[in-house]
Design a protein around this ligand. Structure first.
Ligand SMILES: *[C@@H]1O[C@H](CO)[C@@H](O)[C@H](O)[C@H]1NC(C)=O
Ligand SMILES: *[C@@H]1O[C@H](CO)[C@@H](O)[C@H](O)[C@H]1NC(C)=O
Ligand SMILES: *[C@@H]1O[C@H](CO)[C@@H](O)[C@H](O)[C@H]1NC(C)=O
Ligand SMILES: *[C@@H]1O[C@H](CO)[C@@H](O)[C@H](O)[C@H]1NC(C)=O
Length: 599
């Protein structure tokens, strides 16, 4: 019993000894504080940054001396860096790893050294940072200061005012300032909590970008609900992190359709933390951070598909024009050379059943003439058989031209390419042919572009990514003749990414989450499901065969019987011609028989 009590006492002792009253009036006090922090958190480096007049030179000297004073000091042999030049571009992240301690001396809460530190420490905001403000400040000014620190994403900051008063923030669920009187070394820089944000309120402006973001309004409490491939992913992540989302539609210049430059501007100016718009980044901005790519897709063209051949031309189609020409030539040769000249009594046409020619009784049996006559007959039957077989098979299907697939073929198409300026840049950048493309482009604003493309408005070629096409293409799946097809000509690989504030605290959880989502293959499942909710909410519509029929009015659309019917009509036409010729008695054969009688 006593032994146990002693053990507990021993365990408690070091904990209690680390709690002590703090003030940094002497450099030695600060040095020993830094030393303990370095020991406890196993830091690998220390960086001291100061602005002019924020600290006396003596104090700074003293601090440096004390940090190296004796062998038991944690930072004695570790790298120390003092940053001075405001114009140096080098970032701390290029020189130091994450386990570093930053000590920033500033005159007050509006000292530019704070912004400078934010710029230099890009990618290192999780590092422990100690801000020492020289002047005493009232609490509201301090609140503003912490708000700024939070916006600049300093995750692990301790603020010391006038070397005596210690403040810390607890950002979740709402930003709160904590005054410290004693310190516990482990708690003074708490480990970053990235799993449970305690109901942190995230205000999210959303713009329309089907299929990645769209929204619906709850009929009961009138709250906006986020939907779409990117929206579902973010909903899941935020539920996972215990963040409460406050979604609201954002309208820029009177349009709710996605305006990426405006979103980037909102993030860069610290007005929003995160954008839900999963977007194929074509031009990355340096003023925001991007998530890992959720998809990698190429961009292709969505081309109107009107390649059907008119049914009236089917009669001519079985043979190419060269074949038709040679058939005609052969017939002429057979008629004028064979029938007229060499074997006038072969009665070939009569055997063929050409109307008006009758077999005459005086039929002479010359063997070679009969054989050649039957050979020609055989040839003609063969050609006729070929023709009728092909025609019948054509009538049972719908024939179409070859679709344009190569760059030259696409450039020859009669449609303009509806595009936005950025698209133009990328298309010409990857395919060249600036002049030819220049003639085809028809520039428009984001809203018109997005709406026309989503509604599959005919008459234009649209640049589109493969992923989006997969979604849009479903709208026309029940059409017999599709409205659009995707070109096989594509360019680039573009990454679908979310946009975040630089070094946002959501970045790491988002990265981890998106990796899990990818591993599980959930993105495809979500995209599938989004189609149905988008259809239910009226963002997409399914084109139906009824519309197709209405479009080109065909009152007598006997679809099933049409081929048989047209074949029947063709037969009737031929019989009619035969009949017309037949009532003119033996016009063609009379000459032949009179010829043969003169021989
Ligand atoms: C700071 O601490 C030292 C010793 O710990 C003490 O003597 C001194 O009075 C303190 N200064 C202030 C301003 O509290
Ligand atoms: C070395 O530093 C330790 C801890 O700061 C201190 O306790 C000790 O007195 C110092 N020794 C000398 C010789 O300064
Ligand atoms: C989420 O945050 C709220 C508010 O702080 C808290 O009451 C709740 O327990 C948290 N939920 C989980 C699962 O941690
Ligand atoms: C809004 O429209 C004006 C005038 O057309 C334009 O100058 C401005 O850039 C637009 N704003 C955004 C965010 O697109």
């Amino acid at each position: 019993m006593w032994l146990r009590f002693v053990v507990i006492l021993l365990l408690l002792l070091p904990h209690q000894s680390s709690e002590q009253e703090m003030n940094f009036t002497l450099p030695g006090q600060l040095a020993s504080f830094l030393d303990r922090i370095g020991c406890v958190h196993r830091l690998h480096a220390i960086t001291i940054v100061n602005s002019r007049d924020s600290i006396s030179a003596d104090y700074l000297d003293g601090l440096h001396r004390q940090l190296r004073a004796n062998g038991s000091m944690h930072f004695q042999l570790l790298p120390q860096m003092t940053a001075t030049d405001a114009h140096a571009r080098v970032r701390f992240s290029a020189l130091q790893d994450e386990d570093s301690l930053y000590v920033v001396f500033a005159r007050d809460s509006r000292d530019p050294v704070i912004q400078l530190q934010a710029k230099r420490a890009r990618g290192r905001r999780y590092s422990k940072t100690l801000f020492l403000l020289q002047k005493e400040e009232p609490l509201p000014a301090l609140e503003e200061f912490f708000k700024l620190l939070w916006q600049l994403q300093f995750r692990s900051a301790l603020v010391v005012v006038a070397l005596r008063f210690f403040y810390q923030m607890d950002p979740y669920p709402k930003l709160r300032i904590k005054r410290l009187s004693h310190y516990d070394l482990m708690e003074i820089f708490p480990p970053s909590n990235s799993r449970n944000l305690n109901g942190y309120e995230l205000h999210l402006p959303v713009q329309l970008d089907v299929p990645n973001t769209f929204w619906s309004q709850d009929t009961l409490n009138h709250e906006w609900r986020l939907d779409g491939a990117g929206g579902v992913m973010l909903n899941q992540l935020m539920a996972h992190l215990n963040v409460s989302l406050k979604v609201y539609p954002l309208s820029v210049n009177g349009s709710q359709w996605l305006n990426m430059p405006a979103i980037i501007e909102l993030i860069a100016s610290n007005r929003i933390e995160l954008s839900v718009h999963l977007y194929d980044t074509m031009q990355a901005s340096k003023r925001v951070d991007y998530s890992y790519p959720v998809h990698l897709e190429t961009r292709c063209f969505m081309i109107p598909k009107d390649n059907e051949i008119s049914r009236t031309l089917y009669v001519l189609l079985p043979f190419q024009w060269s074949v038709w020409l040679s058939v005609l030539l052969t017939l002429l040769v057979v008629h004028f050379l064979g029938v007229r000249r060499f074997v006038p009594d072969s009665q070939l046409w009569a055997l063929m059943g050409v109307p008006g020619c009758r077999l005459s009784g005086c039929y002479q049996h010359h063997v070679h003439r009969t054989v050649s006559c039957y050979l020609v007959l055989f040839g003609i039957c063969l050609i006729y058989q070929l023709y009728s077989t092909k025609l019948t098979s054509f009538l049972t299907v719908t024939l179409s031209h070859k679709l344009a697939s190569s760059l030259e073929e696409i450039l020859r198409l009669p449609y303009p390419i509806l595009a936005q300026p950025l698209d133009v840049q990328h298309i010409v950048g990857s395919f060249g042919h600036a002049e030819e493309f220049g003639r085809m482009f028809s520039l428009t604003d984001a809203q018109t572009f997005a709406r026309r493309r989503l509604n599959m408005a005919p008459g234009y070629i649209y640049p589109i990514s493969r992923l989006r096409w997969k979604f849009y293409n479903r709208q026309q799946r029940s059409l017999k003749t599709k409205l659009f097809y995707l070109s096989s000509l594509c360019h680039g690989t573009f990454a679908y990414q979310f946009q975040l504030r630089i070094d946002s605290h959501f970045k790491d959880p988002l990265h981890r989450f998106s990796l899990h989502v990818q591993e599980a293959g959930l993105t495809n499942v979500w995209l599938d499901r989004c189609y149905y909710s988008a259809r239910r909410l009226g963002y997409v519509r399914e084109f139906t065969t009824a519309e197709e029929l209405l479009k080109d009015v065909r009152p007598l659309a006997l679809n099933l019987m049409a081929p048989a019917f047209s074949l029947f009509m063709f037969g009737l036409l031929v019989s009619f011609v035969v009949f017309l010729v037949e009532i003119r008695p033996q016009s063609c054969c009379r000459k032949a028989s009179s010829n043969s009688s003169t021989h």
